[in-house]
Design a protein around this ligand. Sequence first.
Ligand SMILES: Cc1ncc(COP(=O)(O)O)c(C=O)c1O
Length: 391
Amino acid sequence: MNQPHLSQAIGRMEASPTTAMTDRATALREEGRDIISLSVGEPDFLTPPHVIEAAKAALDAGDTRYTPVTGTARLKRAAALHFERDLGIAADPASVIVTAGGKQAIFEALVATVSEGDEVIVPAPWWVSYPQMVRFCGGRVVPLVTHPHHGFRFAPGDLEALITPRTNWLMLNSPGNPTGAVYPEDMLQGIAGVLRRHPQVLVLSDDIYAPLNYTGRPHATLAALAPDLADRICTVSGVSKSHAMTGLRIGVATGPSWLVAAMGKLQSNSSGNPASISQAAAVAAFEGPQDFLADWRERFRARRDSVVAAVNAIPGLSCPIPDGAFYVFVDAAPLMQRFKDDGALALHLLEHGVAVVAASAFGGRDGFRISFAADDAVLAEAMQRIARALA
Ligand SMILES: Cc1ncc(COP(=O)(O)O)c(C=O)c1O
């Protein structure tokens, strides 16, 4: 319905389809239906106890006041340590901003830089919020289509073919949501070569899934591999996915000082500081033990392998093995004559007790995304339900 009070900016944006599917699954459950939700992007593991303790200690210490808008000095130091130790990026705490989740960092970076008509290259399938944020800013989304037979990765030449004088960002997400694509060092070097020829292009490197890399190779990221480009790269990370802290809403970003300052200006006039208790918890996450991450990674890898095997055993479904994150991007093209579109397919699966998200929500087609961040027995039951629903 046409609502005259809404701004043009909000009119260009749609609500997140992943959140919509999760809400729908929750509503059905509340009605008493037995629904397994594989639509949500959050680890099912418990938040590590040292993180919980740090949050409680902060509460007991009365740490309930405003903090500096862009984060406490302590957390900025801890985040700089994380960027250096885990991503290989030499980050000065002064060039770190703490946000309410990685999502806010990405939104602020785009709002601070994208003007009407600017072009933002977004590899597709994409994380649902990238195109919505670009449209909100008045920017034009330029899809860089990737394919399963190339591991959903683009080649440097594909990128260069889309760059114009109006291009101002490339969104780069490795390991990626929804495909699990991981860009190895040599591909990032190739991308860096293209970027050196186009100084107008900034890069949003979304490394939020960095610890969830099943390749056995260390995480590779552009700002570490191409320090000469660091003044054009905004690297976003956080604790939501790595430390099972989605509800605590802490993200961190580092980039050129002009950009971090602009993001801070926006934050100072909108959300203000991220929650003080959550910041104290995030310090513990970055400074505390990291050894549990290897165990979580192995458990996710085992789940990935069983879900991939189950998908490929169902007639009409197929998927490549994702190298990272906790999603499997399933192709269901051979089944599409049975359904109006992949939204109808996702609703059919929901009717059979499993919530997944249609591929079209991610700029893909004829398939769906499964999150395998769920217990083994739950995943096995979900895969049986999907098989029965499509039999
Ligand atoms: C690719 C990607 N980037 C960023 C985020 C945002 O994470 P956060 O919960 O820290 O805002 C998500 C969460 O789903 C994501 O999948």
